[in-house]
Write a protein that binds this ligand. Structure first.
Ligand code: FAD
Ligand code: SF4
Ligand code: SF4
Length: 391
């Protein structure tokens, strides 16, 4: 327990019990008892007038000034950099410039040195490169060991990961190893140039609130960032950077799992994050067949169809097409929202689209609040008219 009550000093006044946001304190025999629900937040320590509560200061001993640089985990699959890395380099550059530090990428794999050129062109001042046969395919033990060793040695101030399946597995593991905080699924990052704390914003309570989280006492500050939310870095062939090769050595027991085979999903392939035009449908399309009309428009504009969760839940379309908080976050040039009410959980996944065109027969539908162009009408009439006009 990192928070303790000094029994000799405690008067049993109960003030700490009142301030504890986690209801972790009980008063027994006029002494405060701290229970298992304690998160070590420290609020009770400050509330006690009698200095009867003490908190381990180990955490606060971290020398924050020893940490420098913004790092991006350069996730690659089969030797190809995942698109979110380019978005993270764009965002990382902003953060690094705001606090006058360098932007670095950390790349793991086997025979992936050729990718360092692109990472540098996308803005990395340094690329930490770890190559070994054990790193060819993602493996939690292998990747977390190598990256943790690098974090321990080079002490980055910030580490960003894509909120991909790999990023969501790796980042918590590293946060525990590095004894620091992690904010998952961020949609906005801002940095205070003075104290260098990142304000990490993410949806909370089912998307009904946006929470902004800071990591005040430990380093590195770590975030996973939703793909498709941040603007991509520009490719600049002239940008110069340095490649630092990391020594990689695994002990017999370092890697506990082995990838035997990678089996590609047979399901429909859809890349919503790369689409320039998305024609998305909600329950207002009426039935599964409604997507046929949407597909005509999408095909005409060289785009793809997408859907709300309500359509996925109704069994009209595969989850791979779902946009929103529990689906994919998208940022196309044009997003058509057809028969979509505009629930906050849907809007969270498409509000950063360049142009939003909403078609809805209810003029009071919340989707019109985020739309650049709103068409009030029956989509079964409006879309054929758009198709006709496009001819
Ligand atoms: P509805 O809300 O029923 O809206 C249908 C709209 O169609 C209405 O506005 C209606 O006016 C209009 N309409 C009807 N007929 C026509 C017509 N002929 N022409 C034009 N307009 C018409 N939702 C997501 O989409 N993505 C998510 O990732 C997601 N995650 C969620 C996570 C949580 C934890 C929760 C609680 C919910 C989540 N949801 C998500 C669900 C979300 O809250 C909404 O229920 C859902 O987005 C509503 O889908 P919809 O707009 O298709 O349906
Ligand atoms: Fe004891 Fe201090 Fe809590 Fe009062 S506030 S019950 S004195 S620990
Ligand atoms: Fe409650 Fe925070 Fe005190 Fe723990 S440290 S007992 S969570 S107020």
């Amino acid at each position: 327990m990192a928070v303790r009550v000094i029994k000799e000093k405690c008067k049993g006044c109960g003030k700490c019990k009142k301030v504890c946001p986690f209801e972790a304190i009980t008063i027994e025999n006029k002494i405060a008892i701290i229970g298992d629900g304690c998160t070590n937040c420290g609020q009770c320590v400050e509330s006690c007038k009698f200095d009867a509560i003490e908190q381990d200061k180990d955490e606060t001993k971290v020398d924050l000034s020893a940490y420098k640089g913004v790092w991006v985990f350069a996730e690659q699959r089969a030797g190809v950099i995942t698109p979110v890395v380019i978005e993270l380099l764009g965002e990382g550059r902003k953060l690094a410039d705001a606090i006058g530090t360098e932007l670095c990428a950390i790349l793991c794999g086997d025979d992936v040195e050729k990718l360092t050129k692109d990472l540098i062109a996308y803005g990395a001042d340094k690329v930490y490169l770890a190559e070994a046969p054990e790193l060819k395919d993602y493996n939690t033990d292998a990747y977390s060991k190598v990256i943790y060793d690098a974090i321990d040695k080079y002490k980055p101030e910030v580490v960003l990961y894509g909120a991909t399946h790999i990023g969501r597995d790796l980042a918590p593991c590293l946060a525990v190893k590095a004894a620091t905080g992690l904010t998952a699924d961020c949609t906005v990052l801002e940095i205070d140039p003075e104290d260098k704390k990142i304000k990490q914003t993410r949806p909370a309570f089912g998307g009904n609130l946006m929470a902004t989280i800071v990591c005040p006492k430990t380093r590195p500050q770590m975030s996973t960032v939703r793909p498709g939310v941040m603007a991509k870095a520009e490719y600049d062939k002239k940008h110069k950077g340095e490649v630092i090769k990391l020594k990689v050595k695994f002990g017999k027991n370092d890697i506990r799992t082995k990838v035997l085979e990678i089996v590609k999903s047979k399901g429909n392939k859809v890349s919503l994050t790369d689409a320039d035009v998305i024609v998305a449908g909600g329950l207002g399309i009426g039935s599964k067949d409604g997507f046929k009309l949407l597909k005509k428009l999408a095909d005409k504009l060289g785009g793809t169809i997408a859907a709300t969760r309500a359509c996925v839940d109704a069994g009209w379309i595969d989850h791979a097409y779902q946009v929103g908080q529990t689906g994919t976050t998208v940022k196309p040039k044009i997003y058509f929202a057809c028969g979509i009410s505009g629930a906050i959980q849907h809007v969270a996944g498409m509000q950063n689209s360049d142009i939003i065109i909403a078609i809805n027969k209810n003029e009071a539908a919340p989707i019109f609040e985020v739309a650049d162009y709103g068409i009030v009408g029956d989509l079964h009439k409006v879309i054929p008219e758009i198709l006709e006009a496009l001819k």
